[in-house]
Ligand binder design. Sequence first.
Ligand SMILES: [Zn+2]
Length: 418
Amino acid sequence: MYTEIKICKLCKSKNLELVLDLADLPIGDKYLPEEKKNESKQLYPLKIMMCCDCGNYQNSGYVDPKIIYNFYLSRPATTNPQLSGAYKEYADYLFKNYSNGKEKLKAYEAGSNDGTFIEYMKKDLKMQVLGIEPSPNLSKQANDRSVETINDYFNTEVASKIADKYGQADFFITNHTASNIVDFEDFLNGVKIILKDDGVFSLQTFYHKDVIEHNLIENFTHEHLNYFYIKPLQTFLKNNGMEIFDLKLVPAKGGSFRAFIQKINGPNKKQEIVDTIQKEEEIFGMNDAKIHERVASFIADTKSKLQDLIENKNSQGKKIAAYGTSIGGTTFIFNYEIADALRFMVDDDPYRQGLLSPHFHIPVVSKEEIFKQEIDTIIILAPLYFDQIANKNLEFTKNGGTFVKIWPNFEIKKTDDN
Ligand SMILES: [Zn+2]
């Protein structure tokens, strides 16, 4: 079920060093109904290793993807208007800059979710599109909207079948999937099969430099096997006959990059930004094993502040709950050790209400329970959405309730502060 990874996923070196030892975690997104709750009991180690040869960061092991994804609660992209807007701009950028005058373009996406991104390429940019999505419910949603989608994981075998049946792609896209792949080399070999010689492989994923610089610790989960930054990725690609020729930093997930990749000797000119960003990584110290110490001290500091708050509220007999049930919420609950303090967790998504949190089985409820159960303090576990959540729940603070912000700085928010 849990397999230790003993070699670097990018350069195969065995020279790995532990740089961040996090709390053992259950599978972070396994919010399950009562009758299945024991399936989320198991804890797995979460240790971040650095490759001393190429500088890559990766998890010390991986959990069988079947266990992670058999009850997958990923929210469909169509329900997130912010995401849809960003994808439109992204698709336009690809089309405008890298179509190279070609017509009847083909665009395929691995990990295509409910097909929102390629649907835009199909309808507005008139491309022939195809999704490859491992989640059965999301690929069904895409097919139901006539965005043709194969329900599978992308690998060399699937790539060959697709290339035979549909032809090679002008654009091959993967958004927030690359870090979850067990065998990234096989994935890339698949990309080489499926991509035309003048095609563009566009890879978007969270940027590990942002994770460290801005303490985005919700990214440390068992889904994320690799923590990418540009330097080791570019080395790996070059060793495999490809290269990043353009790059864009985007705000998705608190900090992500979009790498535009082509086969070596492809038609696109290498942009200056590719080297500039690698220089910035070097100055920041991305390949220094000690760089994760700042993350460790951020975690220790936030944990101690939360523990003080909990002790104080408990001594006054005041009740505490959490808001938000994302996968990162599990990372917070375990590393800050706050589970015992939480009466329940609130989520606005009706599909999650009534489920129980991973391992500790904290009930997920609708926000009505905040008033019914006279909650005094709410810790927001979706820190990127703090303002959005606080503004939707002004009633709570008006009635004397307290919101706790755990990122980027620890803050206690009452109405008097506004
Ligand atoms: Zn390596």
